[in-house]
Design a protein around this ligand. Structure first.
Ligand code: SF4
Length: 274
């Protein structure tokens, strides 16, 4: 993060250790899918817990003032919300912006509204979850027919000229077959730099995977209606940094102080996990 705050009342954190400052906004917790490994415990039955357009805009403003490098919108499925398009338009006009999606809702008016905000917008990237080069590796956790619908949607979005980044969760089911998902992203014309693979984490609904916590994760400032958290992996209580969202700078300062403490003790190497 730069220390180029444009707001004199906003304390700029120091830059040690150096890291890219990202702001994650949980827009909502409900989802059209009910993936069995969902770290956010999202599903069609989950409470929405919507952050709201006003909060999202204020968060973007404060993140820009603090010099954040990028804003990510996540959920739940953000495209369930009517106001997601306004959030993305506002954010991408000010800072590099990504939105995470399962890409299964882009038909009719949702597709039209997405195209209206995303077409020709180099500051906005859609990050789509795709766990396999064949359906069985993806659908095992995400539900029957979800792979085919997601791949079809990716092709549709690409035909409209939108940039797609792929995110793959490595699971016991796909771990021996990751070459297939790489073959698929290359066949879709998605470059290596726009394909991430991350391990499964034991959080939320997932009963298997890596044990991750504040002590071993490089922070990526994350906000939901309940406050500010260390990392988007989880908005469980053990990851909470502040119960107040605003001003964002207060939580950022706490995170920076904790980072400084970790750096001074010379223990723990923190891993990135997004
Ligand atoms: S993993 Fe993503 S797509 Fe699946 S239920 Fe959770 S939020 Fe929805």
């Amino acid at each position: 993060m730069d220390s180029n705050s444009t707001n004199g009342s906003t304390p700029a954190p120091s830059c040690q250790p150096a890291l890219q400052w990202k702001l994650w906004i949980y827009t909502n917790y409900d989802c059209n899918l009910r993936c069995s490994y969902c770290v956010a415990k999202s599903s069609p039955n989950a409470l929405r817990r919507a952050i709201g357009l006003g909060n999202a805009q204020r968060l973007v403003d404060e993140a820009v003032a603090l010099g954040f490098d990028e804003v990510f919108f996540t959920g739940g499925e953000p495209f369930i919300l009517k106001e997601i398009y306004a959030m993305l338009a506002y954010s991408s006009a000010r800072v590099k912006t990504s939105v995470l999606t399962n890409a299964m809702l882009f038909q009719n008016s949702r597709l039209e509204q997405l195209l209206a905000v995303a077409t020709g917008n180099d500051n906005l990237i859609l990050q789509v979850s795709l766990d396999g080069g064949v359906a069985e590796h993806h659908d095992f956790y995400r539900g029957k027919d979800s792979w085919q619908k997601t791949v079809d949607s990716i092709r549709t979005l690409q035909q409209h000229g939108l940039r797609i980044r792929l995110s793959t969760t490595e699971t016991p089911v796909n771990t021996g077959h990751l070459d297939l998902v790489c073959d698929l992203h290359r066949s879709l014309g998605i470059p290596e730099t726009d394909h991430f693979i991350r391990p499964l984490a034991r959080r939320g609904y997932s009963k298997e995977g890596l044990e991750l916590a504040m002590s071993n994760l490089l922070p990526e400032v994350t906000v939901n209606l309940d406050g500010v958290f260390w990392h988007p992996l989880s908005t469980d209580a053990d990851m909470q940094v502040s119960k107040s969202i605003f001003p964002l700078s207060t939580a950022v300062q706490r995170i920076q102080e904790q980072l400084d403490t970790i750096a001074s003790t010379g223990r723990a190497s923190l891993m990135t996990f997004t």
